[in-house]
Design a protein around this ligand. Structure first.
Ligand SMILES: [Zn+2]
Ligand SMILES: [Zn+2]
Length: 80
């Protein structure tokens, strides 16, 4: 990352190697991308789940949505 004070480029760290300024601790781009991707995948899964009627693995009750209204079991996709 780049020091906002002197412009020195260095590895991520708490302080700038050149001027000693405390560097702002922001989430790295990689982590942001990972979180975003996970959220997108979750959204897609949620959308699919809410559209489909599926059968509860516990009690066999057919329902739409995330949780079985009959026994309260959380439905999970079993995609491998
Ligand atoms: Zn600096
Ligand atoms: Zn159930």
């Amino acid at each position: 990352m780049k020091c906002p004070h002197c412009g020195h480029e260095q590895e991520d760290g708490k302080f700038c190697d050149m001027c000693g300024l405390a560097l702002p601790k922001a989430p790295t781009k990689k982590i942001e991308d990972k979180i975003k991707k996970e959220e997108e995948e979750l959204d897609r899964e949620q959308l699919q789940i809410s559209k489909e009627t599926h059968r509860c693995g516990q009690c066999g009750y057919s329902f739409k949505g995330r949780r079985c209204p009959n026994c309260g079991t959380l439905y999970r996709h079993t995609l491998v």
